[in-house]
Ligand binder design. Structure first.
Ligand SMILES: NC(=O)c1ccc[n+]([C@@H]2O[C@H](COP(=O)([O-])OP(=O)(O)OC[C@H]3O[C@@H](n4cnc5c(N)ncnc54)[C@H](OP(=O)(O)O)[C@@H]3O)[C@@H](O)[C@H]2O)c1
Length: 295
């Protein structure tokens, strides 16, 4: 299948693009600026496209007419969204709406990447039917974009995921796993929160789930995350234990230790039963993921 991916230089995008090409899909990878994929394949083409530009993606869509669009590009940093609300809206909502219109013209299936931050975090282990109630601007923009996607005239899927981690890509931003591992390996003490519960998601597992959707072209909302619920501090303890690193460097703190512009939900994490039953989604446990990433 011909698949267009936005946000291809991102944490999820890089792994996704590679997996799609290796699975035999023709991949149109797009990102702002040059490719930082560090991966070449005869089924992969790179296009430089700023999704906030009204015509850049449209001309690519017109030229390539992908059968599937996977839209991952977004302003993803919660504090940045809070501080630059107009830009966050333009990127996360308006650009999504424009791309969806193009997809309605040239494609057949649209996958939108969303987040557990659409929920308020009062309860945790959310399923797809639960009511959204964002407490940050990031979450608000994703809720608005989800609403736009749900009005589409072509088949769509909304993939919500939660605290994604994995090996840090060359020149990429740190994630929970890479930050803790690098800090402990360098003998650096870090403060890690123990009052925000999540079901952390190994990026490779998320990508496997997205590939299942591409294959089965199922519609609706899908919760794709890891299966273990824990806090970043408990994740860090597991990592230290698995890799023989000094857990004494980990200081357990609560979120109110940090003054951050964007609020984070306390209790999230997903019920992934629907994806397990209907897609065959089977993420690793945290212990298996740490073993997988150890090298
Ligand atoms: N990571 C998580 O824990 C998590 C959790 C829940 C949901 N999600 C969702 O999953 C998706 C992928 O997340 P991620 O972790 O891969 O995020 P990421 O690493 O921040 O990737 C987002 C990508 O969007 C690109 N981008 C930003 N502005 C753009 C623009 N104007 N035009 C074109 N591209 C632009 C960025 O480009 P540059 O790299 O050049 O800046 C980046 O590569 C996002 O929609 C996010 O909301 C992620």
């Amino acid at each position: 299948m011909k698949v267009l991916v936005t946000g291809a230089n991102g944490l999820v995008g890089r792994v996704l693009v590679k997996a799609l090409a290796l699975a035999g899909h023709e991949v149109i990878a797009t990102g702002k600026g040059p490719s930082r994929l560090g991966f070449e394949h005869n089924l992969l083409r790179w296009y430089d496209a700023d999704i906030t530009h009204p015509f850049q993606l449209r001309s690519i869509m017109e030229a390539e007419k992908p059968e599937v669009v996977i839209h991952g590009a977004a302003m993803t940093q919660v504090d940045e969204c809070e501080q630059r609300q107009k830009e966050a809206h333009s990127l996360n909502v308006e650009a999504t709406a424009r791309l969806l219109l193009d997809a309605e013209e040239f494609s057949s299936y649209f996958i939108f990447l969303s987040t557990d931050f659409v929920f308020d975090g009062e309860r945790g282990i959310y399923s797809e039917e639960d009511d959204v109630n964002p407490i940050s601007w990031y979450g608000q923009t994703k809720v608005e974009a989800e609403a736009v996607v749900q009005t589409s005239t072509i088949p769509w899927a909304i993939v919500r995921t939660c605290l994604v981690y994995g090996a840090k890509p060359e020149g990429g931003r740190a994630n929970l796993y890479s930050w803790i591992r690098e800090s402990l390996e360098a003998g650096k003490a870090i403060k890690v929160v123990d009052d925000q519960w999540r079901t952390p998601t190994l990026v490779d597992d998320l990508v496997n789930g997205i590939l299942l959707l591409v294959e089965k072209q199922k519609e609706g909302i899908w919760h794709l995350s890891g299966k273990d619920q824990l806090t970043p501090y408990r994740f860090a303890l597991k990592l230290a234990g698995a890799y023989g690193l000094d857990s004494g460097l980990l200081e357990k703190v609560t979120a109110d230790n940090f003054s951050q512009p964007g609020r984070r939900p306390l209790l999230t994490g997903f019920n992934i039963e629907k994806a397990s039953m209907e897609l065959g989604f089977a993420p690793r446990s945290i212990d298996e993921s740490l073993e997988y990433l150890r090298q």
